[in-house]
Design a protein around this ligand. Sequence first.
Ligand SMILES: Nc1ncnc2c1ncn2[C@@H]1O[C@H](COP(=O)(O)OP(=O)(O)OP(=O)(O)O)[C@@H](O)[C@H]1O
Ligand SMILES: [Mg+2]
Length: 233
Amino acid sequence: METELQRLKGAFVAIISHELRTPLTEIITALELLENGYGGSLTEQQRGYVAIAGRAAEHLNMLIGDLIAFAQLQAETLETRREPTDLAELVARVVEQHRPRAQAKQLTLSFSAAPRLGPIPVDRALLTRVVSNLIINAINFTPAQGCVSVHVAPEPDEVRIVVQDTGVGIAKEKQARLFESFYQAADPLTRQVGGLGIGLAYARRIVEAHRGRITFESEEGKGSTFTVHLPLK
Ligand SMILES: Nc1ncnc2c1ncn2[C@@H]1O[C@H](COP(=O)(O)OP(=O)(O)OP(=O)(O)O)[C@@H](O)[C@H]1O
Ligand SMILES: [Mg+2]
């Protein structure tokens, strides 16, 4: 019963997401045309308004992306297309993608990887989302001047991707529910950063589809460490 409800929720979200995204894509395209001068040259003020609309549209687009991810999360099986992958390279690329966001918050973002890591069969697009979600969380939940460090390390029978931050941490009593979809440790109405509360649920689903697991350690006020364990066999 529960799973049927979950499935319906997933199908519903998939339809909504599609219906929302189509017109939004048109809005974004039109704004880009304006920005690039296809409607004639813009005054400084017009440029400013177009930029505001553009940022809001991108934010909406991101939220819809999250809803689509949620719909996928509810699907019976998560299809993975695994290819032998240089994990250090994949993770390094994701880290660089988020560097501007970290810089904007004056956070130190560092990356390291053990040398000579053999190729690991993973679904690159999905694993990119996992690492991305963890890094975004680390950045979002770490106050300015803090540190986020990402590390790729081989172990005898697994590879670990570790995302560590010196951020706000998670209270002990909230830790058990962290991976539930739509769960957020801070009150969604008062918290500073937007989001739906599905990043970790989705990340766990993807990692489990790779037969791996995600663990974390966190102390309130001190920071958190999330670790993705991917089995080598
Ligand atoms: N690195 C972290 N430090 C502190 N709290 C965290 C961290 N990562 C996750 N959390 C807590 O766990 C909750 C759930 O995380 P999750 O990524 O699933 O959702 P979200 O980041 O709130 O939204 P979304 O990822 O859907 O945009 C967060 O709202 C936050 O309270
Ligand atoms: Mg998140």
